[in-house]
Design a binder for this molecule. Sequence first.
Ligand SMILES: Cc1cc2nc3c(=O)[nH]c(=O)nc-3n(C[C@H](O)[C@H](O)[C@H](O)COP(=O)(O)OP(=O)(O)OC[C@H]3O[C@@H](n4cnc5c(N)ncnc54)[C@H](O)[C@@H]3O)c2cc1C
Length: 546
Amino acid sequence: MTAPTGVSSTAPYDAIVVGAGHNGLVTAAYLARAGVRVLVVERRERVGGIADTVEIAPNVRAPAVAHTVGRLRPSVVRELGLRGHGLSLVAPDVRAFAPQPDGRAITLWADAAATAEGLRGWSGHDAERYAEFDGLVRSIGRFLAEVNASTPPDVKSPGVGDALAGLRLGRRFRGLGKHDSHAVLRVLPMAIADFVAESFETDALRGVLATRGIQNTAMGPWSAGTTNVFLTDSAGNDGGAAGQTVYARGGPGALSAALAAAVTTAGGEIRTDAEVVEIRTVDGRAVGVTLASGEEIASSIVVAGADPKRVLTTLIDPVVVGPGMRWRAANIRTPGTVAKVNLALSALPRFPSAGRNVADREARLRGRIVVAPGIDYIERAFDAAKYGRPSEHPYLEATIPSLVDPSLVAGARAGTHVMSIHLQYAPYALRDGSWDDRRDELGDLAIKTLETYAPGLGSLVTARQILSPTDLERDYGLTGGHPYHAEPSLDSFFLWRPLFGHARYRSPVDGLYLAGSGTHPGGGITGQPGQNAAREILADRKRWKR
Ligand SMILES: Cc1cc2nc3c(=O)[nH]c(=O)nc-3n(C[C@H](O)[C@H](O)[C@H](O)COP(=O)(O)OP(=O)(O)OC[C@H]3O[C@@H](n4cnc5c(N)ncnc54)[C@H](O)[C@@H]3O)c2cc1C
């Protein structure tokens, strides 16, 4: 796009950020710190988007949607001073605990040697291979972190900056060494089922590892490109093969509160209950927003933290976007497949496979509890979604954050816990009926599935909250209920995210920037799209601010 010129200095704000998701807040905080007069407008009653904490019963607070924040870029935490704004992170020793139907379990620890030791009971071969696999994942993850923190090159008119960025990445690529550099090119397009099968023979281990390649996607473990999703999940967080499990004390909403404080402390303003119904344009350039109340607010530029499909197909005059671009934007794929179930529990559920004594059991339940006993199990769960049906036996990722953060249940009856369950696959596009009529099925399905591994869990449930893909769209503004604003498939990766030719945070409309998960490097609570977008917006600053 051409950067906006001739900006009126009478606009009350230099930048309006549409949507106070964590990425929108990250961008706003960087802009405010650079002296930009920034206003964030959010349609919901509070900030954070999917990074939200909600009370599901008196004195029982749950991660409303997302539950872990281990992918958050350390540079975002450091540069925005988030710890000074109250952010406190907890990282238990256990990363994932995967109970199996035969009563055994696989546990992935932060310490790869401890994981390998535990695998001996399953397979000597897998125990021997684990350290090497973990090392490869860490190595590629470090490289991908550099890619993710870079702006994709300008494909129309590459400049010196693109050449320098290319050189930097080239150096990092060579730094991978011969083996890992060959590996990264070979494995990224692979199906995660094939990638994990190259190293391990135990289906239960393959299953728990593979979940990170399909989570939040409309893909199964045999889908091409799921290894890219898996490795991107490891990018920059040193999670290795086990992935990260990190909680924000107070739930993900506490991260959002810290980000909001970073914005306002730096001089930015935030307005909630302020839905943008139009991004206004003059002569094809974004000049502000109109709120649902009818209020018009002018600004030099507009930054969208909401998903790009929604922004380009519903918030801007179609004449400005143009029919070709509008068609392309309408084809950004957002096939949501995820539901969320939160449970208030009267006591800690008992997973017999977690160990005999209480300490052992609790230690294993502090991380992600993963129900994905094998590759075929996950693929079958995915099959149902392809035909518009919820999985009969879904893949679940549950956490019990109150085990590591009792503040979530402070004031509740002693012994109370909160369980947060990510359920996949629940297709947004249901073949029969609507989620509004079938929402309860999701809660029943989650409980029934977990009961296989934690008998009696259902009797502990004192309250539950369920979000279907339709609820995620309606309540959280996710088009198609998609957690990542756009499917993280190979056709929506790097240069192609969200659209080829517009992967550099500058939208097809002059003066309108994109900063949410629909941009490179995609979804998850990373803050990376927001951080990258801020850098590019500030690079254009001389051309939009007078
Ligand atoms: C069930 C589920 C579980 C997940 N679990 C995890 C997890 O454990 N860990 C993890 O890292 N990631 C997880 N994710 C993914 C992750 O949460 C998201 O990718 C990420 O939080 C998106 O952040 P964002 O800032 O880009 O967008 P969002 O959080 O979607 O923010 C966009 C904001 O824009 C606002 N908005 C939209 N339209 C308008 C408008 N017209 N006017 C004003 N405001 C508007 C929305 O209300 C919203 O606040 C999960 C996602 C889901 C759905």
